[in-house]
Design a protein around this ligand. Structure first.
Ligand SMILES: Cc1cc2nc3c(=O)[nH]c(=O)nc-3n(C[C@H](O)[C@H](O)[C@H](O)COP(=O)(O)OP(=O)(O)OC[C@H]3O[C@@H](n4cnc5c(N)ncnc54)[C@H](O)[C@@H]3O)c2cc1C
Length: 438
């Protein structure tokens, strides 16, 4: 079968790899000159299965109110006269109940755990080098109340099989001695030895190269402008996509099946064929610093709870990422936010890096209100979704790629997850029931 994958971020590239492995002819389309140039470019680097708590949780509404209008707030909602943003915001609030939060965490942990195993297998199979560190993720708290609240989250993660251990401030510094300078401010932490980190860009471009060697065709510098469809009800299907190619020519491309993996930009294109995705861009920032004193820079991937920052050592660089702004599709760098990241990193690791020459970046997280991605079928028989991975696309990307390849091939994936188009799940009805995997 010929399959067009729309988008060459981590999700599209992983989908292409597994589709090709499943024996399909695969073409990947992306508007950028190479893979992983948008949100999969410079993220926080964490493969954080044990930190699957979505932003929508019972404490979120109060925090959001407190942060409203504060330029350096970790999560900033800039209200716009935009129906999609308001609908998304209302749905976000509905996901904040304890029951919805618990349900969403279960979904995310299931696909994230599956994805980490898939990434580990891919790493072993392909040998892609991506500054991978398997030293776990250490989450530290500087606020007593937040630390106390985290005990329940850690307990839930353990119930779901993630070994997230609550630890004292002494243990935090023993695991990551680079935090010694702020030992007196640390209330406690939790540590998951099985979590990992690594450079998403290096991995995705490495996987794209392997895809090419295996026969996948990439068409870069090609912008998708429209999906075309025909038929209604059970007969509805995509008949092609319209693109503007490298030479500026308008073209129509056709395949048997289509996998939508355009990150935040999946929403407007899907809408054109009547698939209504509740997906909104959540702008995030990262700063990358050259490490000048390796002995003073952290080795273990960290989450700084107070500032909602994640920190990953990527070889001789330190990547610090976080903050979220819901303000449409702009990727403009706000200097206040950039400086807040550098100020905090310098405070944590005063002499570890060259703080005078940071590489700042922004990316748009494709956010669903629940942070549970759309993976699976749609009401159009040959249109598949692999999008909406929000804050955890690196953590969930490889497994999502494997799962969608199974679904496109008519097989049930090896993971218990609420795939779209399956009985009782989101985005439409059960369109085709998949045969059980043999
Ligand atoms: C600051 C920040 C920190 C993060 N930290 C982490 C982390 O530590 N761990 C983690 O798991 N996740 C993290 N994430 C989330 C993760 O980076 C994303 O979920 C993931 O990269 C999304 O991948 P994607 O393939 O869905 O989207 P993208 O990488 O955005 O890929 C979509 C592709 O579609 C292409 N495209 C879009 N529109 C068109 C069009 N019309 N025509 C052609 N091509 C098009 C784009 O060029 C792009 O290549 C972070 C995100 C941010 C912003």
């Amino acid at each position: 079968m010929k399959v067009i994958v729309l988008g060459a971020g981590i999700v599209g590239t992983a989908s292409a790899w597994f589709l090709q492995k499943a024996g399909h002819e695969v073409i990947v389309i992306d508007r950028q000159p190479g893979a992983a140039q948008e949100t999969s470019f410079a993220n926080g680097g964490q493969i954080s299965v044990s930190h699957a708590e979505p932003w929508a949780n019972p404490s979120a509404p109060l925090k959001l109110l407190k942060w409203l209008g504060r330029e350096d707030a970790p999560l900033l909602f800039r209200l716009r006269p935009e129906w999609l943003q308001w609908r998304w915001g209302m749905a976000f609030l509905r996901e904040c109940t304890p029951a919805r939060t618990a349900h969403n965490i279960r979904q995310i942990v299931a696909i994230a755990e599956y994805s980490r195993l898939t990434l580990q297998a891919l790493r072993a199979e392909t040998g892609i080098a991506y500054d991978c560190a398997t030293r776990g993720i250490l989450h530290f708290y500087t606020d007593e109340a937040e630390f106390r609240q985290s005990l329940a989250a850690a307990r839930l993660m353990r119930e779901l099989g993630c070994p997230r251990e609550t630890i004292s401030a002494e243990e935090v510094v023993r695991i990551e001695p680079a935090l010694a300078a702020i030992r007196h401010k640390i209330a406690g932490g939790d540590f998951t030895a099985t979590d990992e980190s690594g450079d998403i860009y290096k991995f995705t471009t490495g996987l794209a190269d392997k895809c090419v060697q295996a026969g996948v065709q990439f068409r870069f510098n090609t912008t998708i402008t429209r999906l075309l469809s025909e038929g209604s009800g059970a007969a509805a299907r995509v008949t092609g996509i319209e693109v503007i190619d490298e030479q500026g020519r308008h073209q129509r491309l056709q395949a048997d099946s289509y996998v939508l993996a355009l990150g935040s930009f999946s929403q407007p294109l899907a809408k054109g064929v009547g698939v209504d995705l509740l997906l909104y861009p959540g702008k995030g920032y990262s700063a990358t610093y050259q490490v000048t004193r390796p002995d003073l820079a952290p080795q273990v991937s960290l989450t700084d709870d107070g500032y909602k920052l994640v920190i990953s050592r990527l070889g001789d660089r330190l990547r610090v990422a976080g903050t979220a702004e819901l303000n449409g599709y702009t990727r403009e760098l706000n200097p206040v936010r950039c400086e807040a990241i550098t100020r905090r990193t310098r405070e944590l690791f005063p002499n570890a890096c060259d703080y005078d020459d940071p590489q700042y970046w922004t990316g748009l997280r494709p956010l669903t209100p629940s942070n549970v991605p759309y993976i699976g079928r749609t009401r159009l028989a040959n249109l598949f979704l692999n999008t909406g991975h929000g804050t955890l696309g690196w953590t969930m990307g490889c497994g999502s790629g494997k799962a969608i390849a199974d679904i496109v091939s008519g097989r049930r994936p090896d993971v218990d997850f609420a795939f779209t188009g399956m009985p009782g799940t989101r985005e439409g009805q059960p369109l085709v029931s998949l045969p059980a995997k043999s």
